[in-house]
Design a protein around this ligand. Structure first.
Ligand code: SAH
Length: 446
């Protein structure tokens, strides 16, 4: 699927309200075994005290990008490398879960535990295609082996549980998934009317250290990177809860995927090979991390790279995207051109329109000029009218400014689309659902 059509059908998930008349018509807390589509709600009340949302490190403050931010970003990058090796930080070795493993990794597990390697295929079928959630429930493999995997080797399937769900009238569903360490992460399933398309907007981190000023996730701190299985799990959960095959995956949930490249790319590989979602149906969205775009290019995937540009020049960009100070716009654009040269894949630019900040005609003209200056990347701009988040000083752009902005870009020969707003209320806006549930410890149904 091309980004253009994807956007038109509304794969955008962050805070979707004013342009749409839709409202949430059903909000409930689902139980661990809750079913989709409002078929069943929880029956038992179980008190669970969850940890608070990641708070910012005390040194990290609003305003200009500084040493504390650089430190937070370095920590995220180091954490990603650790996960790639062992998953030390969370205490779970990601090689101890079946989910996120390639068939060749599972073959090694078979050999190490004295089983024939064809059992790896049986395990893949069980976890990726049959949705088996416990090793004990995998059929066709010896019971004694299953017991030893669980008891002696501490292996598990690696699925999360559904902690909370919001269903919008237009069919979009947001889930808060509870991970093994009690932290929760947001994922969204976005069906498209009249087609078989089902897009999942996945998170790549718990929190985010990038601090984009208009983003709900950016208001909090950063807890940790997600492990590969925790990303794959989001896709499987949406697939199961919708009872429909997922056709597209966008890394546009919480977090900055390019701070977590090893997990993101391993999940990408599994999504591709085991869940059969073609790389061209996967989009990785980034605000830009120095050196990371070229690193991504080396993976040579056919997935789409989307750049959160949000401003036509360095000066404005730095005020809304503080991390731009560490990665100037010109350097970012140069890396995008190089990415296009190496991969041959068109780069998409996302532009969140903020009233009075970056939404006037001159800024549209400057953006067109900037894209042209950096050669023919077959760029496509996706304009996102800002979706309000709590305690934010920004304003949503007027309808007139949105259409004028798009017209100016199109007149300059740049393909542009407006991200369709979906029917979720402010409380379910990107990152906010989670914030709401974790700003204070909450007593929830488990
Ligand atoms: N970290 C990644 C993914 C973020 S979410 C990135 O920066 O690209 C995907 C897109 O939604 C980004 O372009 C992000 O800047 C934008 N976004 C975040 N919050 C938003 C909001 N409240 N309204 C409109 N766009 C928003």
């Amino acid at each position: 699927m091309h980004m253009h059509s994807a956007m038109k059908t509304g794969m955008r998930v962050c805070g979707e309200q004013a342009l749409s008349r839709c409202h949430i018509h059903r909000t409930y807390i689902s139980s661990r075994y809750g079913r989709a589509n409002g078929q069943r709600v929880q029956s038992q009340r179980e008190e669970v005290l969850l940890p608070t949302m990641p708070v910012r490190n005390k040194d990290v403050t609003d305003g200009a990008w500084d040493d504390a931010d650089r430190h937070a970003v370095d920590e995220a990058l180091k954490d990603a490398e650790k996960i790639a090796r062992l998953g030390i930080k969370t205490g779970v070795d990601h090689t101890q879960v079946l989910l996120g493993q390639r068939i060749e990794d599972l073959e090694k597990l078979c050999t190490l535990t004295g089983q024939p390697t064809y059992r790896a295929k049986q395990m893949c079928d069980a976890v990726y295609r049959k949705g088996v959630k416990r090793i004990q429930d995998i059929s066709n493999i010896p019971k004694a082996w299953k017991e030893s995997l669980v008891e002696e080797h501490g292996v598990s399937v690696g699925r999360s549980t559904i902690h909370h769900r919001v269903v919008a009238a237009d069919g979009t569903q947001k889930f808060l998934l509870r991970l093994h360490d009690g932290l929760v992460v947001e994922t969204v399933g976005i069906p498209a009317d009249g087609s078989h398309r089902l897009t999942v907007c996945v998170s790549s981190q718990i929190g985010c250290p990038m601090r984009c000023t208009f983003c709900a996730t950016g208001k909090g701190g950063f807890a940790r990177n997600l492990m590969p299985h925790e990303i794959v799990d989001q896709v499987l959960t949406v697939q199961e809860e919708f009872g429909q095959r997922v056709s597209n995956v966008v890394f546009m949930g919480m977090g900055e995927p390019l701070l977590n490249i090893p997990s993101v790319m391993r999940a990408h590989e599994i999504i591709n090979k085991e869940l059969n979602i073609g790389a061209r149906h996967v989009t990785i969205s980034t605000v830009g991390v120095p050196n990371a775009i070229l690193k991504l290019a080396r993976y040579a995937t056919q997935s789409t790279l989307a750049i959160s540009i949000h401003a036509p020049n360095q000066q404005i960009r730095e005020t809304i995207v503080p991390s731009a100070k560490a990665y100037p716009l010109q350097a970012l654009m140069k890396d995008c051109s190089e990415y296009f040269r190496v991969t041959g894949r068109r780069v998409t630019f996302e532009y969140t329109l903020l009233a009075g900040v970056n939404d006037d005609v001159q800024q549209a003209k400057d953006l067109a000029a900037l894209l042209k200056e950096h050669g023919n990347m077959k760029s496509h701009v996706n304009v996102i009218p800002w979706n309000p988040v709590d305690e934010s000083e920004f304003k949503r752009p007027s309808r007139k400014n949105v259409t004028t902005f798009v017209r100016v870009l199109e007149q300059a020969g740049i393909k542009t689309s407006i991200r369709v707003t979906r029917g979720l209320e402010a409380a379910a806006a990107c990152g906010q659902l989670r914030n709401k549930h974790q700003t204070t410890p909450v007593h929830m149904d488990g």
